[in-house]
Design a protein around this ligand. Structure first.
Ligand SMILES: NC(=O)c1ccc[n+]([C@@H]2O[C@H](COP(=O)([O-])OP(=O)(O)OC[C@H]3O[C@@H](n4cnc5c(N)ncnc54)[C@H](O)[C@@H]3O)[C@@H](O)[C@H]2O)c1
Length: 262
């Protein structure tokens, strides 16, 4: 009989930025798939709240509070795991710097966006692979890019550069890690309706979700005419981590309601 399992149950997954938004949806979905899930996030408040809720539901969830750009904290996160959990073989990298500036960006602004999104990514992946066997690791990594990695957007120089770098980072690490049996991919979502986007649209644009989605310059730019919910991005991330994606590496998957198609 064909084995339809997704090869996720019983494995340990690490989700950076897993305390809120899309990362929390990824962590929750991995829990539901039977993974043991480490949430690595700098927000103790949000991290404790989601991890407690998932434990109440019987999920195996563990919080490590730290910044992805803090090398010592990242190292500790991979060494101080619950003793009976297997070594992590699944990794979803969602923590990122959110700095939206043009050429006026200062060196400090560039550090604020590139330290978490690129330097942090390198630290987390380095510690993740340090614990894997030299060959046949059967491990998978998904990095978070964005439609912003593929296009120009006024005033988004810092953010879009950081997300474009995620694409290059993904391809190069896919090449470097393939001999060890580690697949590396990225996803490029469009606008995902989370607490931050709800606040931005309400406070800055004065729009609720339905009005923003109906605006030709906003939601109308997506072929599907709407924004995504976090679970709609979590599902393809978990697919790329699963054995269903066993022949996919070095790829970027748009999860954008058709934004990049036109
Ligand atoms: N929301 C969108 O529309 C959208 C679209 C495309 C891509 N993305 C990307 O998806 C990812 C998640 O975005 P979101 O909108 O869900 O964000 P969010 O703000 O809801 O959640 C981000 C989480 O990351 C944590 N975090 C931030 N910096 C960190 C750091 N340096 N170290 C550890 N944790 C850190 C935060 O505490 C938070 O819990 C980001 O990479 C973002 O660029 C978001």
């Amino acid at each position: 009989m064909t084995d339809l399992s997704r090869g996720l149950a019983g494995r340990t997954a690490v989700v950076t930025g897993g305390a809120q938004g899309i990362g929390a949806a990824v962590a929750e979905r991995l829990c539901a798939e039977g993974c043991r899930v480490v949430v690595y996030d700098r927000s103790a408040e949000h991290g404790e709240s989601v991890v407690e809720e998932w434990r109440r539901r019987g999920y195996a969830a563990h919080l490590v509070v730290g910044d992805v750009s803090d090398a010592a904290a990242v190292k500790a996160a991979f060494t101080d795991l619950p003793v009976d959990w297997p070594r992590p073989t699944l990794l979803a990298n969602l923590a990122a710097g959110f700095v939206f500036k043009g050429l006026e960006a200062t060196p400090g602004d560039w550090h604020a966006v590139l330290d978490p999104t690129i330097v942090g990514l390198s630290l987390v992946i380095r510690e993740f692979v340090a614990g894997l066997p030299e060959r046949d690791a059967n491990a998978a990594i998904v990095n978070m890019a964005s439609i912003s990695a593929h296009i120009a957007q006024q005033g988004y120089l810092t953010y879009n550069t950081s997300k474009a770098a995620v694409l290059g980072f993904t391809r190069c690490t896919a090449q470097e890690l393939a001999p060890r049996g580690v697949r590396v991919n990225s996803v490029s979502p469009g606008t995902v309706w989370n607490a931050n986007n709800e606040r931005f649209h309400r406070e800055v644009l004065g729009l609720d979700r339905a009005t923003a989605e109906a605006d030709p310059e906003n939601g109308g730019k997506f072929l599907l005419g709407r924004f995504a919910d976090p679970a709609e991005v979590a599902a393809p991330i978990v697919f790329l981590l699963s054995t269903e994606a066993s022949f996919i590496t070095g790829a970027d998957l748009p999860v954008d309601g058709g934004y990049l198609a036109v």
